[in-house]
Design a protein around this ligand. Structure first.
Ligand code: IMP
Ligand code: MG
Length: 177
């Protein structure tokens, strides 16, 4: 990506706020008495997870795992690597995996298998965005923000080569004519 590309807004910051409120209400209904562990997948989910937990007013814990399926740029390498795993025990706990985007499904599918082996009480998935047209690994998303088209998105935590995570809206990159 070079200086001839300009991000265009796909999901505005106002829509983002409304959607985090909706998702927090759905999650609160199901988890209020379960002291769940929310597991954010780094790096992309850090902003969404931070917004979400501040709207959940019941006991919960937060964990992060760093996974990487992307090499540089827009193409997945097709393999997932655990860069940093969990720091607390998850056996018999209720887990909610928090994702920025489910694209091919490879990362989420990999993480769910990894977590399942540690025998949690339950696992569900909350994804802020999903690109179903790109799915190769079926993933059940229990709490979904937006279904998005097959465009490469940046902002609200999503990057392209580590850039643009700080954009307050979710944008796509439009090549200039
Ligand atoms: P998946 O394994 O193909 O589902 O991809 C999951 C990861 O790829 C996400 O957690 C993102 O970090 C990254 N990713 C997928 N699509 C996009 C995109 O449109 N923009 C930025 N990152 C993306
Ligand atoms: Mg990324």
């Amino acid at each position: 990506m070079d200086s001839h590309t300009k991000p265009k807004v796909l999901i505005s910051r106002q829509e983002i706020v409304a959607t985090t409120i909706r998702l927090a209400a759905e999650i609160s209904k199901d988890y209020r008495d379960k002291q769940p562990i929310l597991i954010g997948i780094l790096k992309g989910s850090f902003i969404f997870l931070a917004d979400l937990v501040r709207r959940l007013d019941f006991p919960l814990e937060v964990e992060f795992v760093t996974l990487s399926s992307y090499g540089k740029g827009k193409e997945s390498s097709g393999r997932v690597k655990v860069i940093q795993g969990l720091s607390s025990k998850i056996k018999d706990r209720h887990l909610l995996v928090v994702e920025d985007i489910v694209d091919t499904g490879l990362t989420t599918d990999f993480l769910l298998n990894y977590l399942c082996k540690k025998k949690p009480a339950s696992i569900r998935v909350c994804a802020f965005t999903s690109k179903p047209s790109r799915r190769q690994f079926p993933v059940n998303i229990d709490y979904l923000g937006f279904t998005v088209p097959d465009k490469f998105l940046v902002g609200y935590g999503l990057d392209c080569d580590e850039r643009f995570r700080n954009l307050p809206d979710i944008c796509f990159i439009k090549e200039e004519e």
